[in-house]
Write a protein that binds this ligand. Structure first.
Ligand SMILES: [Zn+2]
Length: 130
């Protein structure tokens, strides 16, 4: 269950940010997932609905933005896009390239509401359990 641990991490991070802003609700969680991150959006969506239960993100939508793959070629210095199944330099065809982006999976943005309420909302996810 690769996606579930990812979703739990995202929810835990989102809850931390929400707590910093004293938000009692998370409306939307924006995630940027590189094409090489190995994440299957439908599986991550399903895992997210499990991970968000009982947290301030319980009603949140998850929006997954798929990022492109970019590689740097140390041979010719080009930075170019690459296909997931063909990671080579577009300029010279060198396959000894470094991946610049495409492997990331990051929480890029949150939409919060009910900000500034005094009442503390517990934020317990399985990821926080000892
Ligand atoms: Zn090159």
């Amino acid at each position: 269950m690769h996606e579930l641990s990812i979703a739990e991490g995202l929810v835990a991070e989102a809850c931390r940010v929400a707590a910093q802003h004293r938000a009692r609700r998370i409306d939307t969680v924006f995630v940027k997932a590189g094409a090489l991150s190995g994440v299957e959006p439908p599986l991550l969506q399903r895992a997210f609905t499990v991970a968000r239960a009982g947290t301030v993100a319980r009603d949140a939508r998850l929006l997954i933005e798929l990022g492109p793959v970019e590689v740097f070629c140390p041979q010719c210095g080009a930075v170019s896009g690459a296909a997931v199944n063909r990671i080579v330099c577009q300029a010279c065809g060198n396959w000894r390239v470094e991946i610049v982006s495409g492997e990331e999976l990051i929480l890029s943005r949150l939409e919060l509401s009910e900000i500034g309420e005094e009442r503390e909302q517990p934020c317990v996810t399985p990821a926080d359990a000892p």
